[in-house]
Design a protein around this ligand. Structure first.
Ligand SMILES: Nc1ncnc2c1ncn2[C@@H]1O[C@H](COP(=O)(O)OP(=O)(O)O)[C@@H](O)[C@H]1O
Ligand SMILES: [Mg+2]
Length: 1017
């Protein structure tokens, strides 16, 4: 103990550059240019030390907020680092309502002092804890998991930004390699928004820990880093090992004197410049008398103790200084975790808590192996916990885990809110299968509730593995299967999810579970791209008596959707599936289920187009977008915005399409989940690549002087002629192609985040075409191979839409290689499929586009008269389309419940959409509501006289939805028809009438059963 003072922490050495870099990023953050900075390096390289040094220095220099969180070594509590950072975590082991309330009070007061209200509806703590954890409004409890996550992320971001609005704020999270995936996505999300905020995010991680797990799944942090780097969201400081000079400096500082060259050399070589190694080996040597001072210099005392080559050996040897009772204490602590609650420790060790605290205190004093922090203790370094843990014999380890689980459970029984993830972990490690299964199921459900797919998968997989073929666990297995499917689906692993739901549907004995499983299999298989399966599942359950009318309508709708896309698998005509969709829509409207309505409408757009009802298609897309605002799920909204661009693309309204995509990108910002984002982004980039390309192509095309071309022959001569004639336009076109490629590449990267080959084909197809057109044969081939593999290996070639698109892409690909026979053949094939009427989505514009490309190729082959035929057909079609949306054209649609009760208020909505490039002026709505209904309120409010509303010459802008919403009350029972008509004036001053499709409402007596409005608006 005589060397005690020498064991003090050495001064920081050799990190001047890193400190300067950190300072630079803080300066930027202070100017409102926030960044996320990762400090990475191996265990013991000095990450934590560097950041702490920096934090305390900057605290002295500037008035800043500092929030610090750290990660649990077994990442079982979602959002734990953020709860720590915002000081809202109530420890997993505390006495009746003690610290949680106080801590929250502390935060609340703290934030209020900063002039903040964290969240109007819920405290930050409640959001982070997840649904069902605290008392709160029922309406919020019913949020979908995805929406819950979006709101949580928004609340945390808001809290952080209101703090940083007052003064610059540093958020520090240590040991990110242990973070749960919810925290990782939250970190990524916040990073996206700090570029113009006074926020610096600092985080450390162990670089050697990012290996894939035993099943080859990437480490969650590795995943996050890849996603973040794609968006350029972070900077990284990689900590190098200390150089020889710094090693000596450090050592001399520690021993408090000069050291012999030989010792310096040995330290540097053995430690390879790892500070933890150096610090700990010196402590070991000093404690064990391995160092002696001679001639004013320290050297190794001969032979007695050398320096081990492995850090773990040093650590284990240092643990040797502990007395047996101390050692036992720390062993138990190492089973609890890197940071541990002394009370839990005492209880597990069956010791008096005072005694435990005394032991910990003496360990801290004599060895600094543990450090007290607030109510908690932690190991000086994570490596100590690992070394100790590994030293415990297997049976003892299990017994400790079991005891810990029991103690956690009994201490919490009063409060009733168990840290189920913790329990699942400890019981599993204890080998207590029954309890591990029980708590893993709970933990899995909790993970699903906060939309944390990775954790959910882990928990449910455990259950399935543990219960295979064990009769008495049949129920648990079914729950785990469903949960696993949900988790996989949430992670965009649609194929695996489909298989799991299918397995569940076969194994369950409950009809309602079976119906639910098949319902979920329908969604998963559709996203995956396996429409024949979607159809099969739908056929199997559509007549199930267990389905409610709403559920049955959903199945029918999905079946129609799969038919629309599925092509070859079905005989149905587009008119037939449009009808089925319309009927489902009636049911959704009758139930006033807005989220069903908007997704149905979106899907109906392609069905309308197939039936040449382009105006209805556009109106449906615009309504879908307007109604999606009522969805609390940003993912759905962004999806609608993104997909509606397809409608604009096939109606040749490219600029509207691009506008829709800008909107999609804006909404997508709000989405917390990377997989949902990937689906939206891949669609967005696919379409924007396509729209940019299509716009450029038709511009180039319209300038073709076809009549004068004949005399210039084919091949090289033709090429020369073309390039001199339209060189400027060609250059523009190439520029546009490059812009399109940039979009499609991003889209492909997003699609690769999922296993949906359907989505992958979009962007791969774009890339083959765009590279081919650009003449970049090499890249074209790269993506052609990928695309071909999907078509060869999967059932996607059975889908008409995909097959047509594939043929079209191949035509361009072969034409770029001057293989005219193939090129021509594929052009013909694409046109034929588009023209067959089987396809979801139209013929007109895709065919015109195809003919345009075909014409181009025929010209190069010197086939002028054939080229002219294609040219003329394409041109006519495009001109028709341009004209079709010229004059103001208002389409109205009314949504109301099918049944209401007398005297009870209900909602109704009238959408007015102008499907034209010119505005319309609304004059009046006649027959607005039957006189038996009284209008309680109306938004916007108009003057209603004798059932007619005067609209004060309201102007309806092109391609927008102006809705009027009503709250009504029926004053009489019976059946009533609503049959409104709109009077408007078009841009030529002509008066027009728009008849809205009528609906009927049945008014029931107030005591009738099962008929109230169910809706979300
Ligand atoms: N540059 C340095 N100068 C002096 N001591 C250091 C330096 N870097 C790390 N240390 C010491 O080495 C040990 C391990 O550092 P730590 O920051 O905990 O490593 P990490 O967080 O990278 O695992 C600590 O005792 C720390 O004080
Ligand atoms: Mg550390």
């Amino acid at each position: 103990m005589e060397n005690l003072e020498l064991l003090a922490e050495p001064d920081l050495v050799g990190r001047e550059n890193e400190l300067e870099t950190l300072q630079h990023y803080l300066d930027l953050a202070v100017q409102g240019k926030g960044t996320t900075v990762f400090v990475s390096g191996e265990a013991g390289s000095g990450k934590t030390r560097l950041v702490n040094e920096f934090l305390s220095a900057s605290k002295q220099k500037r008035d800043i907020n500092q929030l610090s969180g750290w990660c649990l070594s077994n990442s079982v509590i979602p959002y734990f680092p953020f709860m720590e950072a915002f000081n809202v975590y109530s420890s997993g082991y505390s006495k009746k309502g003690s610290s949680s309330g106080m801590r929250q009070g502390g935060l609340q007061q703290g934030l209020e002092k900063e002039g903040l209200v964290v969240d109007e509806e819920l405290g930050l703590r409640a959001w982070l804890m997840g649904p069902g954890k605290t008392e709160r409004k029922r309406e919020l409890e019913e949020l979908s998991p995805q929406a819950w996550k979006d709101s949580t992320f928004a609340a945390v971001t808001k809290a952080l930004f209101s703090m940083s609005a007052k003064k610059p704020t540093i958020l520090f999270i240590d040991d990110l390699q242990w973070a749960d995936t919810a925290s990782l996505t939250l970190l990524q999300y916040i990073s996206r928004f700090i570029a113009s905020e006074k926020v610096l995010i600092l985080s450390t991680f162990r670089s050697e820990d990012l290996n894939p797990d035993s099943e080859g799944h990437p480490h969650p942090l590795a995943d996050t880093l890849r996603l973040m780097s794609r968006e350029n969201l972070y900077k990284e400081i990689k900590l190098q090992s200390l150089n020889r000079f710094s090693v000596s400096l450090l050592a001399e500082d520690m021993v408090g004197g000069h050291i012999q060259a030989d010792l310096a050399e040995k330290l540097a070589v053995e430690s390879q410049g790892n500070p933890l190694f150096i610090v700990e080996s010196l402590k070991m040597l000093l404690e064990g008398g391995g160092l002696i001072q001679e001639n004013d210099r320290w050297r190794l005392s001969t032979g007695k103790i050398g320096i081990p080559t492995k850090i773990k050996d040093i650590l284990v040897r240092r643990l040797g200084v502990l007395k047996p009772a101390q050692r036992k204490m720390l062993e138990i602590a190492s089973v609890i975790g890197y940071k541990f609650n002394p009370e839990l420790l005492a209880s597990v060790a069956a010791q008096d808590s005072l005694e435990t605290l005394e032991t910990l205190n003496s360990i801290e004093q004599s060895t600094s192996l543990v450090i007290g922090e607030g109510d908690m203790y932690r190991f000086d370094h994570g490596k100590y916990r690992e070394a100790l843990y590994e030293e415990i014999s297997q049976p003892l380890r299990r017994a400790y885990h079991g005891r810990i689980a029991e103690r956690i459970k009994s201490s919490r029984s009063a409060a009733g809110k168990l840290p189920v993830g913790d329990l699942a972990f400890h019981y599993a490690e204890a080998g207590n299968k029954e309890k591990a299964v029980k708590y893993s199921l709970d933990a899995g459900q909790e993970a699903l509730k906060i939309y944390s797919g990775t954790e959910a998968i882990k928990h449910f997989r455990y259950v399935l593995d543990a219960t295979t073929d064990i009769e008495k666990y049949a129920d648990e297995m079914m729950i785990a299967l469903e949960g696993l499917g949900d988790g996989l689906y949430a992670k965009g692993r649609c194929g695996e999810a489909t298989e799991v739901f299918e397995r569940l549907s076969k194994n369950t004995t409950s009809n309602s579970v079976k119906a639910r499983a098949l319902g979920k299999a329908i969604d998963a298989s559709f996203f995956w791209g396996e429409y024949s399966r979607t159809l099969d599942y739908a056929d199997r359950i559509v007549e199930y008596p267990e389905l409610t009318p709403l559920e049955r309508a959903r199945v029918r709708f999905n079946r129609a959707k799969a038919r629309a896309w599925g092509g070859e698998f079905v005989e149905t005509s587009s008119a037939h599936y449009l009808k089925e969709m319309e009927e489902s829509l009636r049911v959704f409207e009758g139930e006033y289920s807005l989220s069903d309505i908007h997704s149905t409408l979106l899907e109906m757009t392609t069905a309308y187009v197939s039936n040449d009802q382009l105006e209805n298609a556009i109106a449906a897309a615009i309504r879908a977008r307007a109604l999606s605002e009522f969805s609390k799920n940003a993912g759905e909204t962004a999806m609608v915005a993104s997909w509606m661009s397809l409608t604009y693309s096939i109606t040749k309204l490219e600029d509207e399409g691009l506008k829709a995509l800008e909107d999609a990108i804006r909404v997508n910002e709000k989405i917390s989940d990377p997989v949902s984002r990937a689906f939206v982004e891949t669609t967005t980039y696919w379409m924007s690549g396509q729209l940019i390309e299509a716009k450029a192509a038709s511009k180039l095309f319209s300038g073709l002087p076809l009549e004068t071309m004949r005399s210039f022959g084919a091949g090289a001569k033709f090429k020369f002629f073309m390039s001199s004639l339209i060189s400027g336009a060609l250059r523009d076109f190439k520029q546009s192609l490059k812009a399109a490629i940039a979009q499609s590449l991003k889209g492909a990267a997003c699609a690769d985040e999922t296993d949906s080959y359907f989505y992958k084909t979009f962007n791969y197809g774009n890339l083959v075409r765009e590279y081919s057109l650009l003449g970049d044969i090499e890249h074209a081939e790269e993506y052609y191979k990928k695309l071909k593999k999907i078509f060869d290996d999967t059932s996607i070639s059975g889908i008409f839409h995909s097959r047509a698109a594939y043929a079209s892409v191949r035509a361009t690909y072969f034409s770029s290689r001057k293989k005219w026979k193939e090129a021509n053949q594929f052009h013909e094939e694409a046109i034929a499929i588009y023209d067959s009427g089987q396809i979801a989505g139209d013929r007109t514009m895709p065919i015109a586009g195809e003919r345009q490309a075909y014409c181009w190729d025929l010209l190069q082959q010197g086939r002028f008269s054939d080229a002219k035929i294609q040219f003329e057909k394409a041109k006519r079609a495009m001109e028709d389309l341009d004209r079709r949306f010229e004059h103001s054209n208002v389409i109205g649609h009314i949504i109301g419940p099918a049944r209401v009760k007398l005297g009870i208020e209900f909602n109704m909505r009238l959408d007015l959409i102008n499907v034209a490039k010119n505005p319309a002026v609304l004059i009046q709505i006649e027959e607005l509501v039957p006189s038996e209904f009284s209008i309680v309120s109306m938004q916007p409010s108009y003057n209603v006289q004798k059932n007619a509303a005067e609209l004060e010459k309201k102007s309806l802008k092109p391609f927008t939805d102006d809705a009027i919403t009503f709250t009504l009350k029926a004053t009489k029972t019976g059946d009533f028809n609503l049959n409104p008509q709109l009077i408007y004036v078009n841009e030529l001053g002509e008066t027009k009438i728009c008849k809205v499709d009528p609906i009927s409402i049945t008014v029931l007596p107030p005591d009738a059963v099962g008929s109230s409005q169910k809706g979300d608006a």
